[in-house]
Design a protein around this ligand. Sequence first.
Ligand SMILES: *[C@@H]1O[C@H](CO)[C@@H](O)[C@H](O)[C@H]1NC(C)=O
Ligand SMILES: *[C@@H]1O[C@H](CO)[C@@H](O)[C@H](O)[C@H]1NC(C)=O
Ligand SMILES: *[C@@H]1O[C@H](CO)[C@@H](O)[C@H](O)[C@H]1NC(C)=O
Ligand SMILES: *[C@@H]1O[C@H](CO)[C@@H](O)[C@H](O)[C@H]1NC(C)=O
Ligand SMILES: *[C@@H]1O[C@H](CO)[C@@H](O)[C@H](O)[C@H]1NC(C)=O
Length: 396
Amino acid sequence: MPKASPRPRAAAPATRLSNFQYFLILTVISVLNVCFFLGLGFSPSHVRCSTDLVVQFVNLYLENNGATAIGDILPETCAKPAQKSSDEFERSIREIVARCLNITQRKIMKKLRERPLLTLFTTFADHIHTNTEKLFVHNNTLMNWARFKPHANVILFTNDSVWDDIAKQNGWETISISEQAERPPELREMFRLAYERFDTPWYGYANADILFTNQLIVTLEDLSDKGNFTEKSVLLTGRRTNIEKISLVNARSDGNLTKHARDYGTLYREDAEDYFIATKPFPWQRILPVVVGRPGYDNWLVAEARCKLHTDVVDVTETILAIHQTTEKGGNNEGHYHPRSTLNFDLFKQNKIKPNYLAGLTSCIPYFTYTDFCDVVSVEARSRDHFGPRCGCGVR
Ligand SMILES: *[C@@H]1O[C@H](CO)[C@@H](O)[C@H](O)[C@H]1NC(C)=O
Ligand SMILES: *[C@@H]1O[C@H](CO)[C@@H](O)[C@H](O)[C@H]1NC(C)=O
Ligand SMILES: *[C@@H]1O[C@H](CO)[C@@H](O)[C@H](O)[C@H]1NC(C)=O
Ligand SMILES: *[C@@H]1O[C@H](CO)[C@@H](O)[C@H](O)[C@H]1NC(C)=O
Ligand SMILES: *[C@@H]1O[C@H](CO)[C@@H](O)[C@H](O)[C@H]1NC(C)=O
């Protein structure tokens, strides 16, 4: 079992729906096409009252928007529900609708006093100006992230004058880093410099070949809205979706990216974590100076946050599409083929640390985000059954 860290404060208890209510609504929403039944001259009395049938008629009831009682809509073959159950069901629906309206109103009010939510940064570790595929990938990232302004500040860490110029042309800020030969920047140092440059509730590092859609901003907006979420130490990460044929993507269009990801994308392995977004209180000073762009640090960081820092770690795979631009060279294990690929492993060795990589898999992260019926991103704890012993924090 993972060490039980305190639950992230999700919605206030009063507005939380009971599991029963969720179950009911879920049952209802899961099937959307009911009308075809009637259109086909379907006669319910010849059919057994199956679960599918009930779900389909409940859906019809919902589409009627309260005009007919549930008991009157169900086919004859299904036993009529007791009055109490019908009343309870109706009450659940009214409650959820009221809650959604309330949230929508609050969101509209909040939009009026918006300020940047996130400072997002990366680094182009390599001084490559000749590999056109790499240029294309980096250009895509520059264009893609620039769209999140003014909701996000974007920073490129580089000491390369060519990339410095191109980034600025795309509306990015740049911070020059003193690079040592073949040694990419330290993760915690980039977070420190980003804190110095901007004041935002969230700070995020992502690898330079990752593209996002507006889901990134929506997720952070919705999470920021929940109690004191941004005042606590929280770390978000997730799995990436690999896409090929990147020459076909338009990195400026969410619709194009989403569709391309659906058509050509595959959700990559649960041990690859390509971005980390943390709230301001996350204790980066207690994190070893691991470097980005070399293997070993991602799962270690998640395990460290979960097991040692007792931070709430949230898997945001379901609500943030993180597209990895897979190229022939910039492949899936790129970090392993770089010079000095063992920098992080060496650091662990020097510090006599045997990382518990398994505890840092995305599937071992105790919380996850999902989109609720009000179209709001919410957080839920993973059920205990989800975790195998492999997710445990104990030393192996
Ligand atoms: C919305 O919910 C909040 C707290 O959950 C409550 O204080 C407020 O009165 C509600 N607003 C409306 C318009 O229902
Ligand atoms: C990347 O963008 C820069 C400037 O915006 C441009 O000069 C360069 O040709 C682009 N490279 C590719 C491969 O798209
Ligand atoms: C960037 O860092 C590299 C590696 O240390 C160095 O060779 C180069 O001169 C630096 N460039 C600038 C513009 O500071
Ligand atoms: C937020 O934190 C403050 C003080 O830290 C506390 O008084 C308040 O009850 C918290 N609010 C929620 C919704 O947890
Ligand atoms: C995305 O845009 C590119 C270039 O505009 C286009 O060639 C491609 O067909 C689009 N892909 C999708 C899935 O819409």
